[in-house]
Design a protein. Structure first.
Length: 400
């Protein structure tokens, strides 16, 4: 989940201080100010750079590359998969996420327990045509292991100019294989209606006289598109809404709270808590509301910002959650512009649901369990799970 502007090896600086001489000395060091340590680190980096400039065997050093490496190493030392540095090229690609298209293979990915996982392939993209599935573990990108790789670096490596190729090594259950995929321009339509359904799924929705809206991600125009889709559904005089957030990796906070605001009647939508315990609460507004029954489809690919929507509707009683436990990313990352076209994402807060539940690394348990987790399943099995969950959602909607 991103905040900030439109929103999200070289020289590494690592400082390790081991003090074993005496408890008193250790206490004194612990009391040394963080400002002193920061100044010392900056001075150390400058001294090291001066030595390289004066005496390194190569005269023409790429200082941009060296300082990019230092910044990358600093953030990697935090051991936080959501705090990362981007060089200028990587930052341009990262910002593509929120404008509705990018150049790559067409997958949503997430990092969990050091594993780089496919949240979902985007339909009709090179990744989908190559057979990638939700739950696939990407172990290598162009031969580079992903275990210690920040997710932002993985995104930058997988994306690239149209027509170029990337090699991904995939672990699926007990099977490991490699696939080469040619990059293309990927259009991300963040909001879809019944056109996203199979024929069997569409019959289930239409037989129940239900409206169906799927949100793939929360981009710059998602709230506007969602409102338009919802009004079109209302014009058909449906009995209620199935809101599909399965395989939604998140996106922009303002967009997901704007979507939740359609349903939450009053009070909190989400609480944001910073490192000092200060809380910023986003409340529902007295705007036009959707008053009919709502069922929200969720699964293990429902992550980050989409969990804000799911948690808000569950806690306030505005909707019933059906499916599988969600991913469990409950932190907010702020996007920071840096000199030279570079950028960074920095974890700045955690979020709590309206009832102040912390879902980070826990996820949200749906009100009604349905289907199964899709990791390791075949395409046919995934299709059957999706249909089973949709049928359960419609059943719940009919009984509300």
């Amino acid at each position: 989940m991103k905040r900030g502007n439109p929103v999200l090896s070289g020289l590494a600086m690592v400082v390790v201080l081991s003090v074993v001489f005496s408890a008193g000395y250790a206490l004194g060091l612990r009391q040394a100010s963080a400002a002193d340590a920061r100044t010392e680190g900056q001075r150390m980096l400058q001294v090291l750079a001066d030595h390289l400039q004066r005496s390194y065997i190569q005269r023409n050093l790429d200082w941009r590359k060296l300082y990019d490496g230092a910044a990358r190493g600093m953030l990697q030392a935090l051991d936080d998969p959501y705090t990362a540095f981007f060089d200028a090229q990587g930052y341009r690609r990262f910002r593509e996420d929120f404008r509705g298209f990018f150049y790559g293979v067409g997958i949503f990915i997430e990092k969990k327990d050091s594993r780089l996982l496919v949240v979902a392939p985007i339909p009709d993209t090179p990744a989908a045509k190559a057979g990638l599935r939700a739950g696939d573990h990407i172990t290598h990108v162009d031969g580079v292991p992903t275990r210690e790789m920040p997710i932002e670096e993985a995104v930058a490596r997988i994306r690239g100019p149209e027509g170029t190729t990337v090699r991904l090594r995939i672990q699926r259950g007990d099977r490991t294989f490699e696939v080469s995929i040619t990059r293309a321009r990927i259009e991300v339509v963040s909001v879809q209606g019944e056109e996203a359904l199979t024929d069997a799924e569409r019959r289930v929705v239409q037989d129940a006289q239900a409206a169906y809206v799927r949100i793939l991600a929360f981009n710059q125009d998602t709230a506007e598109r969602f409102g338009a889709q919802l009004r079109r559904a209302e014009a058909r005089n449906t009995r209620g809404l199935v809101l599909d957030l399965r395989f939604n990796p998140g996106g922009l906070v303002d967009q997901c709270t704007a979507v939740a605001d359609w349903f939450v009647p009053r009070g909190p939508i989400v609480h944001e808590v910073d490192r000092d315990g200060r809380t910023r609460t986003v409340n529902a507004t007295p705007r036009e509301k959707y008053r009919k029954p709502v069922v929200v489809l969720v699964n293990e690919g429902t992550a980050s910002c989409s969990e804000i929507v799911a948690g808000a509707l569950q806690d306030t009683g505005a909707g019933v959650l059906v499916g599988q436990r969600t991913f469990g990313k409950g932190v907010i990352t702020t996007v920071v512009d840096l000199p030279g076209g570079r950028g960074a994402t920095i974890t700045t807060a955690k979020y709590l649901t309206p009832k102040r539940r912390d879902i980070h690394r826990k996820g949200i348990q749906p009100d009604v369990l349905a289907g199964d987790r899709v990791e390791g399943k075949t395409d046919r099995e995934v299709e059957a799970i999706r249909l089973e969950q949709l049928r359960k959602a419609v059943e719940v909607l009919r009984n509300r």
